[in-house]
Each structure stands twice: as C-alpha cells, then as structure tokens.
Ligand binder design. Structure first.
Ligand code: FAD
Length: 392
C-alpha cells in the first residue's frame, strides 16, 4: 500500500515538468511533482545565465496563460526581430524579418534560471501540486490499475499516470522499458555570453560553417549569447582558451558582425544527441520534453517542443470526462496529437545538421543554392517562420 495516492505523478521539475504541473491546475486532478535537484537560488548580482532559450511566441503565450511570462523581469528579455542565416560559401544568405511576417517579434531570448525560478514560485502557491524536492526515484512498478513510485528515502506513492519529464536520459522511460534511438552527433554545444562593440538591433545571426553551426542570439543591451555546435575536439579546445583568445575566435567566426567581443559569462558545453523514443506513451506512462525527444539545438526548438507536449497533455487530461488520468485512450490521443510536430522538428534539425556537416561538393552547392533560393521566395519563408513560431 502506497503512502500517498495521486492522479498524476510528474518526474522532473525542469521547465517542461514544472509547466505541465501548472497547466494541470484547476483540472480537479491531484498532482505530485518529483525533482531530484534542490531549487537554485537566483544570484543577487547582475550576471547573465549562460543557459538561455529562444522562446517562440506560441510558447510565450502558453507561459502567459500559466501566469509565468508576466512575472519575468522585462528588462532581461530580448526580442528577436530579425534573423540572418549564412551558408558556408561566404555568399548564401537567408533573412527573416518579423515586420515582413506581420509580427512583433520572431522569438524572445530568456535566461533559463529566471524562467525556472518564476515557474517554481508559481508552483509553491499551487494547492493541487505536492512537491517532492529533493526527491530521487528508486523504483517504478506499473500495474493495470495504477503505477507505484518509490523514492530513495523510502516514501511511496501511487498514481494513475506517471509523466516522464526527467530529461534526455529519462529514468522513467527506461524503467517503463520504452526503447529510444540515440544518435550521438559527437558534437558539443558551446555556450557563452559576450558584450559587443556594435548594437545587434534585435537580429539573431547563424553561420553554417565547416567546423560547425554558430549562433549569435541577442541579449538586452549590447550583449549576445552564443551557441556554437562543434566537434568534441574543437569544443574542448575552445573551452581551454583564455577569455581573450575565445573572444578572438568567436569574433572571427562571426565575421566581425558586431565588432569586437568581450566575454561576460564563461563558456560551458553540452553534449549533443538526437534521442527518439519508439513511442510517447504506454499504459500509465507518458513521455514529455527531452524525455520524449532530444534535438540538435541549431533550431532552438527543444524546450518549445516540450512546452507543446505540456500544453497538449494538459488539454487532453482536462477533457478526460469520466476516464482516469492514465486511461489508454487519453494517452493515445496525446500521442497522436504530438507525433507530427515532433517528427517534423526531428527531420528538420537532423536534416539540416547532416546537410551542413558534410564535405561533399554537390551537397555544398545544394545547401547554399537552397538558402539563396529560399531567400527569394516570400511564401516559403512565411511557412518556415510559421512553423518555427509555434503558433497554434
Ligand atoms: C546548447 C543548447 C542550447 C539550447 N537552446 C535552446 C533554445 O534556444 N530553445 C529551445 O527551445 N531549446 C533549446 N535547447 C533545448 C533545451 O535545453 C531542452 O529541450 C530543455 O531544457 C528540456 O527541458 P526538460 O524539462 O524536458 O528537461 P531537463 O531540463 O533536462 O529537466 C529534467 C529535470 O528532471 C530532473 N530529473 C532527472 N531524473 C530524475 C529522477 N530520476 N528523479 C527526479 N528528478 C529527475 C532533473 O534534475 C531536471 O531538473 C538547447 C539545448 C542545448 C544543449
């Protein structure tokens, strides 16, 4: 017999698990949220987080609906108003512009820790959510009627539905026996923040180069955050450089676009994988966020896709009628609703990664010609923008 009984137990209170718990408020469901890491306090200084996210307008409106977006300090959010993408032949270029697309902005840049802190503040006030933190999972037993979760400290709980929001190496996914295809890109995403000599005017830049994909993402003021996806050896080399040497390398790789750079947040690096589970659900289990799909970060869409999962799963559970939260029909409905968008994003990010990470001359011609041609066709660009914005 379990110590406590819930309708839904969410494992992992990262951005996706936290947002799902908040989206389930008011549905009449009791929710357990289990997170292994204790909450991180926000620093009191003016430093900038080197983990930032490009949040689509669709995700921003989801977070707005949760009461979280408006709580973010506005002066620390940057708006991406335009994007310039450069091919690897020195001439091919693709431009996106919010104004041309009839929008206020293409995306927002938000610091990870600030968004996480806002979600956690909302969670602390949510009566329907019981937070188990720090709480590490030790065992999961899935039976017909309910699943039982045992924490390492011996506490037990039963739930009609277990949601995996525990990241790319999901413990829940492996306990449930859901196999996942894991493609190691053998790259690291190097991130760091810089002050820039010239203003960025809200423009994000991305260079597809032989050594990897480099993105300059605007931060408020004359600052940018970079994500540079490169082979492991080069990433390790970049991490060993002095601040001055790193600035020199990033300035040069970004074609002096914003003049000289000055490092304001030290570099860090994250291994890049494509992880695709065989299925998103199985009896009494649903996968969300990186547990359901880990992508190459070149499109900046991982957490946006995760917010889409949270929004959809919450909507399906809200409309459950007399069914219990882990009912197979509801879970299949969730899987059907998410499959297409996830697959499209997997194909787009993996395809682009493969196209530019390839030395074949014919592919080189095709990718640069493709960029230049896309740039000339307003309708194609509009479709690309629509997909990336996550507007529903
Ligand atoms: C370099 C880089 C740049 C990126 N940039 C962007 C971007 O601009 N835009 C974008 O949309 N996405 C971006 N992404 C992707 C984004 O980081 C992820 O998609 C997102 O963080 C996934 O969130 P999540 O909540 O699913 O998982 P996680 O953030 O991994 O959270 C999982 C949580 O579960 C907890 N946990 C794990 N196991 C257990 C357990 N057994 N018990 C209890 N708790 C557990 C962990 O402590 C953690 O808090 C980027 C990724 C990288 C690597």
């Amino acid at each position: 017999m379990a110590d406590q009984i819930f309708d839904v137990a969410i494992v992992g209170a990262g951005l996706v698990g936290s947002s799902l718990a908040l989206a389930l408020r008011g549905t009449g469901l009791s929710i357990a949220l289990i997170e292994a890491r204790p909450p991180q306090a926000l620093p009191h200084d003016e430093s900038w987080d080197n983990r930032i996210y490009a949040i689509s307008p669709g995700s921003a409106s989801f977070l707005e609906g949760l009461g979280a977006w408006g709580e973010l300090p506005g002066e620390r959010i940057a708006r991406i108003e335009a994007m310039a993408i450069f091919g690897d032949d020195g001439t091919a270029r693709l431009d996106f512009n919010a104004y041309e697309a009839g929008l206020g902005e293409l995306a927002y840049i938000v610091e990870s820790r600030a968004l996480q802190a806002v979600l956690w503040r909302q969670l602390a006030a949510a009566r329907e959510v019981s937070l188990f933190c720090p709480g590490e999972c030790a065992a999961l037993d899935i039976a017909d009627e309910a699943a039982q979760l045992t924490l390492r400290d011996g506490r037990t709980m039963a739930a009609k539905l277990i949601v995996a929001a525990d990241g790319a190496r999901s413990w829940v996914r492996s306990q449930a026996g859901i196999e996942a295809h894991d493609k190691d890109y053998r790259q690291l995403g190097v991130v760091a923040n810089f002050a820039t000599e010239l203003p960025h005017h809200g423009t994000a830049c991305q260079w597809f180069q032989p050594e990897g994909v480099l993105a300059y993402l605007p931060l408020p003021g004359n600052r940018i955050s970079i994500v540079w996806s490169v082979q492991q050896a080069l990433a390790n080399e970049l991490l060993q450089l002095s601040a001055a040497e790193l600035c020199e390398r990033v300035t040069h790789a970004g074609k002096m676009q914003l003049g000289k750079l000055e490092l304001i947040t030290p570099a860090a690096a994250f291994p890049l994988h494509l992880i695709e589970p065989r299925q998103l659900v199985q009896p009494r289990v649903a996968l969300t966020g990186d547990a359901a799909h880990q992508l190459h970060p070149l499109a900046g869409q991982g957490v946006n896709l995760g917010f889409g999962d949270a929004r959809e799963l919450a909507a399906v559970l809200k409309a459950r009628g007399m069914r219990d939260a882990g009912d197979s029909l509801l879970l299949r409905r969730y899987e059907r609703a998410r499959r297409e968008e996830i697959l499209a994003m997997v194909l787009a990010t993996d395809g682009l990664q493969g196209l530019f990470n390839n030395a074949q001359p014919l592919l080189g011609w095709a990718r640069n010609t493709g960029l230049a041609m896309t740039n000339r066709f307003a309708w194609v660009k509009h479709q690309l923008v629509k997909q990336a914005l996550g507007n529903h």
